[in-house]
Ligand binder design. Structure first.
Ligand code: PLP
Length: 429
């Protein structure tokens, strides 16, 4: 697989190089030089998730990794189902939250852990990442016990829900969590400073494992196929996907699935009030505003870092921009939609509610809607209980981790303090 840096076409990388590096020169994103459609989609759709995903990922990256390796990574990573649940006559939810940390980020995080462990061949790697919730949990669980890879997760102390925090801060061994007295931006800034510091970047072999990593994107392509596979055959080419979007990695993966030949009709980019993309799709002007806090906080992003990949697919004529509509849903509608869904018998959390609302106001006759259920409602328990006025129960994974002690270490909001802490962790046996 050959990938090209979107900011500098002379910077090309293999899949393995792109997984290790994350970003290329000038902070450019890597993107496949070309995407060849797959043959015989019908036969592919008839296969079970794991078998089909092995074929898709072998098609994309198979010249570099053996089929055996890819089989082993996919079998280990995709060890849970992605069921399509009917919500109304013509709208379904693709539930991507049945993995160990109850959010879709388990798919990408677990596949990345398998590939990076293989590619690094036992050489030491330090994953340094800032989280406002779901990424930290997925990455911590995915890399847990891979002992040459140390994971350091920074989070804003007291600013994320206690349930979310317990999901990543209660693991021992190679997982280290650091509580910073500040907000998410402070954490992100500390991470950026570390990546700009050659002594730390090279000395500790840093990798960020964030959603710009190409391995995460590759894994996410597979569940779009899984969604259509669960629809009756005569409905497959009528499917409209509504993707609740923050950094737009999820939507990028969906568009690549279409370029691979999956007969998706069109897409909806669903956002909360952080609506840079819906406004851009309407006016052609890229005008990010300051980020605002919402109850769908994993989408509180005003400068989505995967957008240049979608733009590149449009600019090179690979993807027809008229097949992408933007919809922004405010807080009031998000809450009203959660209540509406509950009345339909479907308990949902704010991110999926944004996607459902966007879909239901855009769908026309003879289309079939699929919105992505990106997180389990219990992960946003406080919000869901407040909005619905009813208690919701905890799945086993959350109940287990919420009963454990947090192992997070407090570190000052200063780069010098973080750097000293990083060297002390990596120095450990
Ligand atoms: C990360 C996340 C999103 C946003 O996904 P992107 O790929 O960044 O657009 C949506 N919902 C939930 C629950 C998330 O954790």
């Amino acid at each position: 697989m050959k990938l090209v840096n979107l900011k500098d076409s002379s910077d090309v990388a293999s899949f393995s190089e792109a997984v290790k590096k994350g970003l290329g020169k000038h902070q450019g994103l890597y993107f496949p030089e070309s995407i060849t459609p797959m043959e015989d989609i019908d036969t592919l759709l008839a296969l079970p998730l794991v078998e089909r995903s092995i074929k898709i990922l072998t098609h994309l990256i198979g010249d570099e990794l053996s089929q055996e390796d890819i089989s082993s990574f996919v079998t280990k990573a995709f060890s849970f189902a992605a069921p399509l649940k009917k919500v109304t006559d013509n709208i379904h939810s693709l539930e991507l939250f049945h993995g160990p940390t109850l959010a879709f980020k388990d798919f990408g995080g677990r596949f990345m852990a398998q590939t990076l462990a293989h590619i690094s061949q036992g050489e030491p790697v330090t994953i340094l990442t800032a989280t406002s919730g779901d990424t930290g949990a997925a990455v911590a669980h995915a890399f847990y016990g891979i002992d040459n890879i140390k994971v350091v997760i920074l989070f804003p102390k007291g600013k994320i829900s206690p349930l979310q925090e317990k999901l990543f801060s209660t693991l021992d061994r190679n997982i280290h969590t650091v509580a910073i007295p500040g907000d998410f931006d402070n954490c992100q800034q500390l991470v950026k400073t570390a990546f700009d510091d050659p002594e730390v970047r090279e000395g500790l072999h840093l990798n960020s494992a964030n959603s710009i990593n190409i391995s995460r994107l590759m894994a996410q392509i597979c569940y779009y196929f899984e969604a259509l596979a669960q629809l009756p055959k005569d409905q497959q080419s009528k499917a409209v996907f509504s993707v609740p979007s923050g950094n737009f990695g999820n939507l990028t993966a969906g568009i690549i699935a279409k370029l691979l030949g999956l007969p998706i009709k069109r897409f909806i980019a669903a956002t909360n009030s952080n609506d840079t993309v819906p406004r851009f799709l309407q006016t052609g002007k890229w005008e990010p505003k300051p980020t605002v806090a919402t109850i769908s906080n994993a989408m509180d992003v005003s400068q989505p870092n995967n957008w240049p990949r979608i733009q590149a697919m449009v600019d090179t004529g690979m993807f027809d921009a008229s097949l992408l509509k933007g919809e922004a849903i405010d807080e009031e509608y998000t809450q009203a939609t959660m209540r509406k869904l509950a009345n339909l018998g479907y308990i949902s959390e704010p991110h999926a509610a944004v996607a459902f609302k966007s879909l239901s106001q855009s769908l026309v006759e003879d289309e079939v809607g699929i919105f992505l259920g990106t997180a389990h409602p219990a992960k946003f328990r406080e919000t869901v209980e407040n909005v619905l006025g009813q208690p919701i129960s905890l799945p086993q994974a959350l109940a287990d981790s919420s009963a454990k002690e947090s192992l997070a270490i407090d570190v000052d909001n200063s780069y010098a303090a973080l750097k000293a802490h990083l060297f002390s962790i990596v120095g450990e046996a």
